[in-house]
Design a protein around this ligand. Structure first.
Ligand SMILES: [Zn+2]
Length: 252
């Protein structure tokens, strides 16, 4: 049995039988782990507020080779998310983002970039809650990239040439792009040069820098709807559509 001590972000926790809870943690260096927290439902549990979603905690757990679930030994809160989850809008949005992360990311697949990305998104929204819409878009783009579901948007899938500045592009059914020279039908979403610049910016900037620059409401809505469809296809569920409908009511 191995003892692991690592920093992590709590993704979700839910009640198990008796006094126990299950916590899903995104760890800094072991990917997503599912942990049993014995006695966590008791009033005076040793985990205290260390299982609240989006909290950054230092955790130690025991891992047996043969079991997927690990035994959580203790958690120590580094940064609580109490302020964040007390806003229903932000809670709803992050709960959707966490949901798609759990659906798309395999368990115990170490990905330090995923950990940094989530941490930076939480931090940005904590400092400036009004950035939630652009941070959501940023998160969706990165989740798709890191999970390997984002096609290359630099080249046209028909002629194979780079899509130069100034050209528009059409999003095909497989989410690849078709340049305006090759475009045959008028169906599907069309990306402007600006839409593509926004996506390119999300790839090289931090969420803080990304959300500091203006993204037009049009661009935000269009790109987010495309990403949600990509995520829906990748997870093979219609849950994203329902969340998308709920998200329409969330205002900036
Ligand atoms: Zn082309």
């Amino acid at each position: 049995m191995a003892v692991v001590e690592t920093e992590c972000i709590v993704l979700r926790s839910y009640d198990l039988a008796d006094a126990d809870k299950i916590a899903i943690l995104l760890t800094a260096d072991h990917g997503i782990v599912r942990a049993v927290a014995k006695g966590a439902k008791r009033l005076k549990s040793k985990f205290g507020s260390g299982l609240e979603p989006l909290s950054r905690v230092r955790a130690s757990y025991f891992k047996k080779e043969t079991r997927e679930l690990v035994d959580l030994d203790r958690t120590e809160v580094i940064e609580s998310a109490f302020d964040l989850v007390s806003s229903p809008e932000i809670l709803t949005r992050f709960s959707y983002l966490i949901d798609i992360m759990i659906s798309l990311v395999p368990v115990e697949d170490p990905d330090p970039a995923m950990f940094r990305m989530l941490g930076a998104c939480v931090e940005t929204v904590r400092n400036r809650p009004e950035t939630i819409n652009s941070v959501s878009l940023y998160f969706e783009a990165w989740l798709l990239r890191l999970a390997g579901f984002f096609p290359s948007w630099d080249i046209c899938s028909v002629c194979g040439l780079g899509i130069d500045d100034g050209l528009g592009a059409q999003v095909a059914a497989d989410f690849q792009l078709i340049c305006s020279r090759c475009r045959r039908s008028s169906g599907g979403d069309t990306l402007t040069e600006n839409d593509r610049k926004t996506v390119a910016r999300s790839r090289r900037q931090s969420p803080e820098a990304f959300s500091s620059e203006v993204v037009t409401e049009d661009s935000l809505t269009k790109l987010s709807s495309i990403f949600k469809r990509m995520i829906g296809r990748a997870t093979g569920s219609d849950r994203v559509d329902r969340v998308l409908q709920a998200g329409v009511h969330v205002q900036r």
